[in-house]
Ligand binder design. Structure first.
Ligand SMILES: [Zn+2]
Length: 426
């Protein structure tokens, strides 16, 4: 049975505070959009008309409402699971088999993973085949959706086994220092994934073909060369078979990069715009944003592992949530459940750093290709195609946004370009 002690009360307060904050931010954001959403921002006048603006508004409201509902259901399920003693019950079933501690842990997380996959299915179906379809994004067939689901379960199961078997083995054999060893292991695993993901996992879901357009290839290669980056290849990915959302990115460690362009981006953007979007991405690399964010993540993970280790050694944690005694896998999950609402309140710090990096990468574009005009143009078109929210609430932006709001960003890029032209004239 769960114990209503100070620890549980503290957890409930934190959990409720996080849920209420999320809810309040979403409400404020929708309210703000209703109030200002009929005005096309100055910088977007040439690209967006009233009808598109209305669709942007409806899409934002509908998708954020649905997201809120999903979070609410997730929170409710977690509460039912905790209060109903479901976790100690599952642990009891597993313990009755008297497996090795490593296999018990893997089995426990395996069961939870499968349950979470099943619970997610109705939400994924509604979002993909109702909302995304209604706004003309979704192009995926039910067959492909099913194949994707099967593949992603297979990949997750393999990755989880590769992660959790060594992890529980370390807990078993190094009871005092596993947290440090696991942290090192996770960091190495992450590096390996950054390298392997584009080569092994991503091709399971999409076709990556070298970009055929010679002129575009030449332009991208010469720009990358100018920035000191070695393009290992420029690929076009068939993202359009799932959705019309468009994007570009690159992957890889060190100087050599695989540049990936969505076929949807290639179809709707000019060469100038694509080059400008990639110049921004090169900016992130050149200014070491990717490295800094990776290091920051490892620092947070270091603190996280230590905290989890301390929490797992605390008998009260198990008693509170209805466990008869300490079990490593239960402790790991309970520590994660307790720390999650706490971590939520640190979201704005990461978001603010990311927004600063985005500005810096935008500034870098000006130096690399001499103009920010085409990036502004590309962002306007991306906003229109992706039905972005042009009127987010400032508090919502401060809390969640990894990029500056689009209107602000485009206005800034256009002003920068103007200044540059002025300088040249003088
Ligand atoms: Zn960026």
């Amino acid at each position: 049975m769960i114990q209503f002690n100070a620890l549980f009360a503290g957890f409930l307060v934190l959990f409720a505070a996080a849920a209420l904050t999320r809810y309040a931010l979403t409400r404020m954001n929708i309210g703000y959009l209703r109030e200002h959403g009929h005005i096309v921002p100055e910088a977007f006048r040439d690209e967006i008309d009233g009808a598109t603006l209305a669709r942007m508004r409806d899409y934002t409201v509908e998708s954020s409402r649905f997201q809120s509902l999903e979070t609410l259901v997730d929170d409710a399920i977690l509460m039912i699971v905790l209060l109903g003693g479901v976790l100690p019950w599952i642990a009891g079933l597993i313990e009755a088999w008297h497996l090795h501690a490593v296999w018990s842990g893997v089995l426990f997380f395996g069961i939870l993973y499968m349950v979470s996959v099943l619970l997610d299915i109705p939400f994924s179906l509604y979002s993909t085949f109702v909302i995304e379809k209604k706004y003309g994004f979704s192009t995926i067939t039910p067959q492909l959706w099913l194949i994707d689901l099967a593949k992603s379960i297979a990949v997750s199961v393999i990755l989880m086994a590769l992660l959790f078997i060594p992890f529980f083995a370390l807990i078993h054999w190094l009871p005092q220092s596993w947290w440090f060893a696991s942290w090192v292991f996770f960091a190495l695993f992450q590096m390996l994934m950054i390298w392997l993901y584009p080569l092994v996992i991503a091709p399971l879901f999409n076709k990556y073909a070298p970009v055929q357009d010679e002129t575009l290839r030449e332009r991208i290669l010469s720009m990358a060369g100018k920035a000191g980056l070695r393009a290992e290849g420029i690929f076009e990915v068939d993202a359009g078979k799932r959705s019309r959302h468009s994007n570009a990115y690159f992957t890889g460690l060190g100087k050599s990069k695989r540049i990936v362009l969505f076929d949807t981006l290639l179809a709707t953007h000019s060469h100038d715009e694509i080059v400008a979007v990639l110049a921004h991405e090169i900016g992130h690399w050149k200014l070491r944003h990717v490295l800094k964010q990776l290091l920051a993540m490892e620092a947070v993970a270091f603190a996280g592992f230590y905290l989890v280790y301390r929490l797992m050694g605390w008998p009260l944690l198990y008693e509170t949530f209805g466990f008869a005694g300490p079990l490593p896998y239960a402790g790991l999950l309970l520590a994660a459940i307790v720390l999650k609402p706490l971590a939520f309140f640190f979201t704005p710090i990461g978001a603010a750093i990311s927004r600063k990096y985005e500005k810096d990468a935008d500034n870098y574009v000006l130096g690399l290709i001499g103009s920010t005009r085409f990036l502004a143009q590309a962002l306007k078109r991306l906003a229109k195609e992706n039905l972005a929210n042009l009127h987010p609430h400032p508090a919502y932006v401060a809390f969640y946004y990894s990029h500056p709001p689009l209107a602000e960003r485009v206005e800034r890029l256009q002003a920068m370009d103007g200044e540059e032209v002025e300088k040249v004239r003088r």
